[in-house]
Every structure is written in structure tokens, then in C-alpha cells.
Ligand binder design. Structure first.
Ligand SMILES: NC(=O)c1ccc[n+]([C@@H]2O[C@H](COP(=O)([O-])OP(=O)(O)OC[C@H]3O[C@@H](n4cnc5c(N)ncnc54)[C@H](OP(=O)(O)O)[C@@H]3O)[C@@H](O)[C@H]2O)c1
Length: 314
């Protein structure tokens, strides 16, 4: 966490044609995961520019501090705070949640942006497959840990970054961790479908609380995506289609829209692309499979439904 950032007051107004206007996100606090680069960083710049206090997370303290400094400079808003945690580790997710709860008495927006693609199977410190641990499970745990703060700050929004790859996804409960048979693409597709199922299930559970939950596809964006362990075909294809890819600022348009636009006040449980609702994989509407995935995720993070004991599907 940046000591400097925490003591700075957010930018709350701006002058346009000699008239001072209050910025639309002034007074609101936003946390964005995976915002040291790519879509997350561009989302942070966009939301900081509109006056929010923005907390960003990254896997390494140095990179997170540097990104926070860049975002302050690009937005003109000094209230950008850096948090660092390796989100493949559940202990680190829990520490991050506790740091955020200590730093922010209010939290109006959580953007679960962190995610990635791994061509080969890797195992996390918790013994889980890397893609599943980072893409849907870390946001699942972080959101649950921050939920009481979001509810107390309502109206509040949860924005989960999925992908167009969700349309090819299916949930393989018999081999969720790809232990028997791993393919990077299959693991990614599954993880991004799981992100939407988690979002929709969350939206059902949050009905009437003033907290909304939506998911999105940012478009195909020129970032560091997949660079850590890239499939050969992906490296070749990326080079070929490079000029067609969105810039990170373009990729950030839908997350910024869902985090801040009055047009989506009260809208919940929807999947968006290009700032418009889209039909997702039809499995995402399967309440039974979503509820099962929630229970399995709950067991994997060791929450054992403690916060949701009273919840029953209508
Ligand atoms: N780019 C695309 O075309 C595309 C398309 C559809 C969906 N998406 C989704 O959009 C989201 C953002 O992707 P991007 O393209 O912007 O990716 P990116 O450039 O690779 O950025 C990923 C971010 O996540 C952080 N991160 C990665 N592993 C982490 C870990 N173990 N712990 C903590 N932080 C970690 C990185 O921080 P550090 O490196 O500093 O740790 C970085 O800030 C992802 O969910 C991705 O699946 C991207």
C-alpha cells in the first residue's frame, strides 16, 4: 500500500470552459485487481480520471507502486493506492482482503480483472491448477471477503472480467483442475465460463442488497496476456492479428462503463461486450450447475458457505 497515496485526497472536480464541475466518480472508492498493466491499468486510469479513489493490485510490490505512480500521472488524480499480492495463493488473497478492509472504510466498486492463460499445466502453492486458481477462484474468494464492506457501501458494483472464450467453455466437474487431461485453451474457456456463472449466482444471492454483479468481454486487446507461458500458435497468431487488436484504453471501455455509468444503475446478472448486454454461453443460465460450481469453489477456498448459510434459491 502506498503511504503517499493514502494521504492524498482524490481529485473531485475539474474545470471545463471556465466552469468547475464535480467529477462523476468523486467520493467513490474502487478496487481493481491485476491493474499493473493491460486492461486493468487502463481501467484504473479511466476511473481515476473521473474522480474515484482507486486501489490497484498487482503480483509484485515494485510493479504495483510503479503502476500507481503512472496512473496518478496519467489521470491527474493523486488518490491511487498500490496493493500487492500473488492471487494464486489463497493466503495472499486473504491478506489482500484484510489490507483493503484496513485501508478503505468504504468500497463502492470491485473490478475483478486479474486473469491469464497458461499453455501448460502449473500448480499453485495451494495445490490447485493455476488458471482455475487465478481466473475464477481468486475473485470468488476476494469478493466474498469484501462483500460486507461492499454491502455497507451500497449502492455498489462488482464487475468481473470474463472473455469471449466463455462461449466455448464447459465445466468439467470430473477434472476441474485438468489433472488428468490439461489443455491451456480448455482451462481458459472453462475459467471464463466459471467467471460468468459465479457472477450470475452472486447477482441472485445479492438481490435486494443494492450491490450489483455483472461480467464482460473486453474485446481482443493488445496486452501482456498469455506471455508468461504462451502456446506457439498463439504467439504466431498474435503477431498476425496485432494491428486488429484493441488498445488497452479501448479494452477498458466496458469495465469502466459497468463500474461507473448511471445507465447500468441497478442492472445485475448480465454479460456485456462493447458496453452492450450480450447473450453468454447458455450454461451460464443453468442455476443448478452454477450452484454446484459455487459449492465446489466454496470448498476449494475453505469458506464452507459460512456467509451464505441462510441463502436458498427461489
Ligand atoms: N487481452 C485480451 O485480449 C483479453 C481478452 C479477453 C479477456 N481478457 C481478460 O482480461 C483480463 C486482463 O487481461 P490483460 O490482457 O490486461 O492481461 P495482462 O496484460 O497479462 O495483465 C494481467 C494483470 O494481472 C496481474 N497478475 C497476473 N498474475 C497475477 C498473480 N498471480 N497475482 C496477482 N496479479 C497477477 C498482472 O500483474 P503483475 O504482472 O504485475 O503481477 C497484471 O496486472 C484477464 O482476466 C483476461 O483473461 C483479456
Amino acid at each position: 500500500m502506498s503511504e503517499k497515496g493514502m494521504h492524498e485526497e482524490p481529485l473531485s472536480s475539474a474545470s471545463k470552459n471556465g466552469v468547475t464541475e464535480t467529477l462523476p466518480m468523486a467520493g467513490r472508492v474502487v478496487l481493481i485487481t491485476g491493474a499493473t498493466g493491460g486492461i486493468g491499468k487502463a481501467t484504473a486510469i479511466g476511473l481515476a480520471t473521473t474522480g474515484a479513489r482507486v486501489g490497484i493490485t498487482g503480483g509484485h510490490p515494485g510493479r504495483a507502486e510503479q503502476a500507481a505512480a503512472d496512473i496518478r500521472a496519467a489521470s491527474g488524480n493523486p488518490a491511487v493506492d498500490a496493493f500487492a499480492a500473488d492471487l494464486t495463493s489463497q493466503a495472499e488473497v486473504r491478506r489482500l482482503a484484510s489490507d483493503v478492509l484496513d485501508a478503505y472504510p468504504r468500497l463502492e466498486v470491485l473490478v475483478n480483472n486479474v486473469g491469464g492463460f497458461w499453455a501448460h499445466r502449473h500448480q499453485t502453492a495451494d495445490g490447485l491448477e493455476h488458471t482455475f486458481a487465478l481466473n475464477p477462484l481468486a475473485p470468488f474468494l476476494l469478493t466474498n471477503l469484501l462483500l460486507d464492506r461492499l454491502k455497507a457501501s451500497a449502492s455498489a458494483r462488482i464487475v468481473n472480467v470474463s472473455s469471449g472464450a466463455q462461449s466455448m467453455g464447459r465445466i468439467d466437474f470430473d477434472d476441474l483442475q485438468g489433472a488428468r487431461n490439461y489443455s491451456g485453451q480448455r482451462a481458459y474457456n472453462q475459467s471464463k465460463l466459471a467467471t460468468i456463472m459465479f457472477t450470475n449466482e452472486l447477482a441472485r444471492r445479492l438481490e435486494g442488497t443494492g450491490v450489483t454483479a455483472n461480467s464482460l468481454h473486453p474485446g481482443v486487446v493488445r496486452t501482456n496476456f498469455g506471455a508468461e507461458d504462451q502456446a506457439r500458435w498463439f504467439a504466431v497468431l498474435s503477431r498476425v492479428i496485432l494491428p486488429l487488436l484493441k488498445t488497452p484504453a479501448q479494452g477498458a471501455q466496458t469495465p469502466i462503463y459497468l463500474a461507473s455509468s448511471p445507465e447500468v444503475d441497478g442492472v445485475t446478472g448480465r454479460f456485456f461486450a462493447n458496453r452492450k448486454p450480450k447473450t453468454a454461453n447458455k450454461l451460464a443460465d443453468d442455476i443448478e450447475v452454477s450452484a454446484r460450481l459455487w459449492r465446489v469453489s466454496d470448498d476449494l477456498v475453505g469458506m464452507h458457505d459460512s456467509r451464505w448459510g441462510a441463502f436458498r434459491h427461489a
